[in-house]
Design a protein around this ligand. Sequence first.
Ligand SMILES: C[S@@+](CC[C@H](N)C(=O)[O-])C[C@H]1O[C@@H](n2cnc3c(N)ncnc32)[C@H](O)[C@@H]1O
Length: 242
Amino acid sequence: MLGTQPAMRTETPDGPDARPLRSYGRRKGKRLTARKARLIAELLPRLRPDFSGPPPADLRTLFARPSQEVWLEIGFGGGEHLLWQARANPDVGLIGCEPFINGVASLLGGIDDERLETIRIHDGDARDLIAWLPADSVSRAFILFPDPWPKKRQAKRRLITPQLVWSLARILQRGAELRFASDDMKYVRDALHVIGEDEAFAWTAHRADDWRVRPADWPETRYERKALSDGRKSAYLRFRRL
Ligand SMILES: C[S@@+](CC[C@H](N)C(=O)[O-])C[C@H]1O[C@@H](n2cnc3c(N)ncnc32)[C@H](O)[C@@H]1O
């Protein structure tokens, strides 16, 4: 498919005023421990990208230590997957987005314990961060077990929409990978449809095990473990940015 890359994306499909519905549940859980409250007050401000100005022309310079490429995780929950990837890929700069402050505090605990210098955090809606990021700046994106919003009247709250897929196509580099997982097979089918409709992405699976079996460089998430203990299997989708 080389040479058929869709034109670079510079505008939103619905115009600049289109505001998506809230895709997450609560922002606060139980009271934070003193240590976590301190990390939120002191460490988080140092790791937040500064939206008050333009992003760096070379996004790899956003990190405290030089990185070869930049990966993005949307909805990292407690940050277990993000920490695993940071440990396994010390040359990669990772940006994590999560509006649930207790999850952010857990990730900060891991960053602080392990003195990791390759993670930045946006503690809000990933769509605001994506709108700020430069085009062609990210080489891998993870959306793992997004809230399924299973009731029909809630479906509009889902993260995977044509608009999100469109904006991911804008920031992902050619050849980049988009990973999606869910234990909700209706969401999996809908995600395949929505992402497959966008000419910028191709699903990479050739046989059933390519989406039924989690690859070795893709650790189990907390939500996935919970789904499995409740008897639900998951699907693991990988798309290539064309
Ligand atoms: C079901 S949890 C899964 C968490 C984690 N990925 C896992 O697998 O354990 C979905 C997470 O996505 C987050 N989320 C939902 N909408 C989001 C958005 N627009 N931007 C960033 N995170 C979002 C929620 O706050 C929640 O923590």
